[in-house]
Design a protein around this ligand. Structure first.
Ligand code: SAH
Length: 208
C-alpha cells in the first residue's frame, strides 16, 4: 500500500495519467490539469468526502477525477462517460496506477450519457463541458448530480454563477463553499485563436 500523504504527491501521481488522444470538440473534451485536479480532490479529502465513500465521476473522460478519488481511499467510483474511446484511456490509467502498487477501491466504468445514470452515491465529482460548444451543456450534469448525490463537487465557468446557483435552488441543494481557479486552457482545438487562453473557473461544493 502506497498512501498519498500530500496534495503535491497526488499531483505528481496524476501527472502520469494519459490524456485524450484525439479530443472531440463537440463533447468539449479537456482533461482537468493535474495540478487543478489535485487541488480539487484535496479539497474533497479535507471535507471528509473521499475515505470509504461511493462516488460518481460524471463525464469522466480519461478518469483523472475519479481515479484521484480512489487514490484518496474512496470505496467505489462510477466512471460515467459517453465516449468509449475516453473510457478505454481511463481503464488504462487505472491499470497504470495498479501496476505502480496502489491498492484501490472498486472502479465501475459505464459508457453512457450521464442523463441515464441512476445509482445513488455519497459524492459526485465532475468537470462537465462548460457549454462553449453547446449552450448550458453543463445543465444535465448538475441536474443528474443532484438526483444521485448527497454532496456534489462541480466545476463551471465562474461567469455562469447565476445559472449554476439557480439550478441548485430548484433541486433543494445549497452552496456550502466554493473556490475560484484561473488557469490556462491549452489550445488543443484548432478553433482557439490564441495559443493559451486564461479561463476563470469555480469549484462549487453543494449539499442537500
Ligand atoms: N472529467 C474529465 C473530462 C472533462 S471533459 C476531466 O476532468 O478530465 C468533459 C467530458 O464529458 C468529456 O469526456 C465528454 O466526452 C463527456 N461528456 C459530454 N457530454 C456528456 C454526456 N451527456 N454524458 C456523458 N459524458 C459526456
Amino acid at each position: 500500500m502506497k498512501p498519498i500523504t500530500s496534495k503535491k504527491t497526488l499531483a505528481r501521481v496524476l501527472q502520469q495519467l494519459k490524456g485524450f488522444e484525439k479530443p472531440k470538440i463537440r463533447l468539449e473534451q479537456y482533461m482537468t490539469e493535474p495540478e487543478v485536479a489535485a487541488d480539487v480532490l484535496w479539497e474533497c479529502y479535507m471535507q471528509g468526502d473521499t475515505v470509504d465513500k461511493t462516488v460518481a465521476d460524471l463525464g469522466a473522460g480519461t478518469g483523472i477525477l475519479g481515479l484521484g478519488m480512489l487514490l484518496l481511499d474512496a470505496s467505489k467510483v462510477f466512471f460515467v462517460e459517453q465516449d468509449a474511446e475516453a473510457i478505454a484511456i481511463a481503464k488504462s490509467n487505472l491499470a497504470l496506477l495498479e501496476e505502480e502498487g496502489y491498492e484501490l477501491g472498486e472502479a465501475v466504468f459505464i459508457v453512457d450519457k450521464v442523463e441515464n445514470f441512476n445509482e445513488s452515491v455519497d459524492v459526485v465529482v465532475q468537470n462537465p463541458p462548460f457549454g462553449t460548444k453547446e449552450k448550458h451543456a453543463d445543465k444535465v450534469f448538475l441536474e443528474r448530480a443532484f438526483i444521485v448525490g448527497k454532496v456534489v463537487y462541480s466545476l463551471h465557468k465562474t461567469a455562469t454563477k447565476a445559472f449554476v446557483e439557480a439550478i441548485t435552488k430548484d433541486h433543494e441543494f445549497s452552496v456550502d463553499r466554493y473556490k475560484n481557479y484561473s488557469y490556462p486552457l491549452k489550445a488543443s482545438f484548432s478553433h482557439h485563436r490564441r495559443a493559451v487562453e486564461l479561463i476563470l473557473v469555480t469549484l462549487w461544493r453543494f449539499v442537500k
